[in-house]
Ligand binder design. Structure first.
Ligand code: ZN
Length: 219
């Protein structure tokens, strides 16, 4: 991450979120962020496989950056489920409405749309968009949100009929972001396992999604 983007990130929000998570979860998180997770490309490099393709879309040399841009149908469906859930969470947790609307659009762009190119910006969100674009899509999905989220949300919460603090909001939001990304990883690992074993096909997608949820609930 470039130095100018580094200073735009709300690192406290990430710390707050990770503190409450199990050790295994923290391990997954640091591997994903550093790029040293068991992707096809790394496994091939470590000589643990000769198949470096993404198990879901067959992209060659699957790396950590591919996790949140994979266009396989199943992975897209899983992502959309999370987008809908995060949108609902934002609605029920006093999220500034414009922010909610922009974030949901940003998710659906999956890195192909810059934050500042989304529809409906106002003077309130211009500097947030600029900062978030410096940080970028992949880092966003790894919980690195611009500091302006805190400023906009704090103001909105103070003027809403709630006792929710901005720290609680940030912790909830970043947790949801990470859960979305973690779900993609779990799904990918389950499908990879099935393919490696040669068990023809995965069970129906429904079963698979349930398995993902089960693993997620274990943390
Ligand atoms: Zn893929």
């Amino acid at each position: 991450m470039p130095a100018e983007a580094f200073d735009e990130v709300d690192w406290d929000a990430i710390r707050l979120t990770l503190t409450g998570k199990p050790k295994m979860y923290n391990q997954w998180y640091s591997k994903q962020c550093s790029g040293w997770c068991g992707t096809g490309k790394n496994l091939k490099h470590w000589k643990r496989t000769d198949d470096a393709r993404c198990p879901n879309c067959n992209t060659l040399e699957e790396d950590a950056g591919h996790l949140m841009v994979c266009r396989s149908q199943d992975r897209s469906r899983l992502l959309e489920e999370h987008v809908v859930a995060i949108d609902e969470w934002m609605k029920s947790h006093f999220t500034e409405p414009l922010l909610q609307q922009l974030v949901t659009q940003y998710f659906r762009g999956r890195g192909t749309r810059k934050f500042r190119k989304l529809d409906g910006h106002s003077y309130k969100t211009a500097s947030l968009a600029e900062a978030q674009d410096k940080i970028g899509w992949r880092h966003f999905t790894e919980g690195k949100i611009a500091l302006r989220f805190r400023v906009i949300q704090r103001y909105f919460l103070q003027h809403s009929d709630t006792r929710l603090t901005v720290d609680s909001w940030l912790k909830g939001f970043v947790s949801k972001l990470l859960a979305m990304t973690h779900a993609q990883w779990i799904f990918r690992c389950i499908t990879k396992h099935h393919r490696t074993k040669g068990t023809i096909v995965l069970k129906a997608t429904e079963d698979l999604l349930q398995e993902v949820e089960r693993q997620l609930s274990m943390g």
